[in-house]
Design a binder for this molecule. Structure first.
Ligand code: 3HC
Length: 282
């Protein structure tokens, strides 16, 4: 199946990045947010990235104009009509995913693939809200989407091989390297990353070291591009918390239990970079 028109549900940190790379890669792209304020914020962030890319000589003005022309922002789910692929990137709450998948199943053409960018929730559960479970899969991007090379394509017990192949080829056409994972909590990367981030938060919570030394230890001792507390600020404390809760609920394994400090910071509205305050101030 050839993909020409792509829909992205959610134009936040992840959805905005996904819409950006789709439009850059030649796809007619529809990005949807729940209101004009969030939509304008998301589209402005994409435009700022393109402006910066042109200023740095990584993109021509013609390519920017063409990408801009392919991107349409909307607050109306009906604008996903005619999409060959829709990628859901709303917050990690199954009730919300249920609403989105039910609506997408009604709006999109029968051949369309419905994908989720979920980090941790059950994809087969999302598929169960549709009448096309064989065309539901995970396409999981990493933050910041325009920079990170990896995409995890995820198959449920119902996903057809044709759907997986189309999802893989599509992800590669965005310039990404693809790994394939089963529909299991955290797939490959978050299975390993989340306990690591939570352990770093627990070490800080216990006062074992300063946040700067925890980050410097990992950055310099393991050659990571950033330390775990800085990375949690980038991913979002709220997102990390939701992922940890979902993985803990699914596995009952205490290594995924969110530390009290993380919950307190999220309750206080300290979401990391996106809110201006997390482990560090921005
Ligand atoms: N959007 C677009 N481009 C961005 C960006 C963003 N949000 N952030 C950085 N960039 C670009 C910069 O413009 C710059 O481009 P240039 O080389 O052309 O100037 C390039 O990336 C490098 O940025 P900087 O020089 O500002 O800073 P760094 O060299 O420190 O790189 C980083 C920043 C790419 C974020 C790097 O620190 C990094 O790779 N950190 C780790 C990120 C990571 O692990 N992500 C995965 C998180 S887990 C996840 O997403 C899964 C989810 O399910 C939780």
């Amino acid at each position: 199946m050839e993909i020409k028109k792509v829909g992205v549900v959610g134009c936040g940190l992840m959805g905005g990045g996904i819409a950006q790379v789709c439009a850059e890669s030649g796809y007619e792209t529809v990005a949807r947010e729940i209101n004009d304020e969030l939509l304008n914020k998301g589209i402005s962030a994409i435009q700022a990235n393109w402006k910066k890319a042109v200023a740095k000589g990584r993109m021509t003005e013609e390519d920017q104009a063409a990408a801009q022309g392919r991107l349409k922002g909307t607050t109306n789910m009906n604008d996903f009509e005619g999409c060959d692929l829709v990628i859901e990137a709303v917050i990690e709450l199954m009730d919300l995913k249920k609403e989105v998948f039910t609506e997408l199943d009604n709006i999109t053409p029968p051949h369309a693939i419905l994908a989720t960018n979920t980090s941790c929730l059950s994809i087969i559960e999302m598929a169960s809200f549709t009448k096309r479970p064989e065309q539901v899969m995970g396409i999981h991007f990493f933050n910041p989407v325009p920079v990170m090379k990896l995409v995890e394509v995820v198959e449920t017990i119902s996903t057809s091989q044709e759907t997986m192949e189309t999802g893989r080829k599509f992800s590669e056409s965005l310039g990404k390297q693809v790994v394939t994972a089963k529909d299991s909590p955290g797939f490959i990367v978050n299975l390993l990353l989340i306990p690591f981030l939570l352990d770093a938060i627990r070490a800080y919570e216990k006062g074992l070291a300063t946040k700067e030394d925890i980050d410097a230890g990992v950055k310099l001792g393991l050659n990571h591009p950033m330390g775990p507390l800085t990375l949690t600020d980038l991913v979002g404390l709220d997102t990390t918390y939701h992922i940890a809760c979902a993985m803990y609920e699914e596995t009952a394994d205490s290594k995924y239990a969110p530390p009290v400090l993380l919950k307190q910071m999220v309750t206080a509205g300290w979401y990391g970079r996106k809110s201006g305050k997390g482990f560090y101030d921005y």
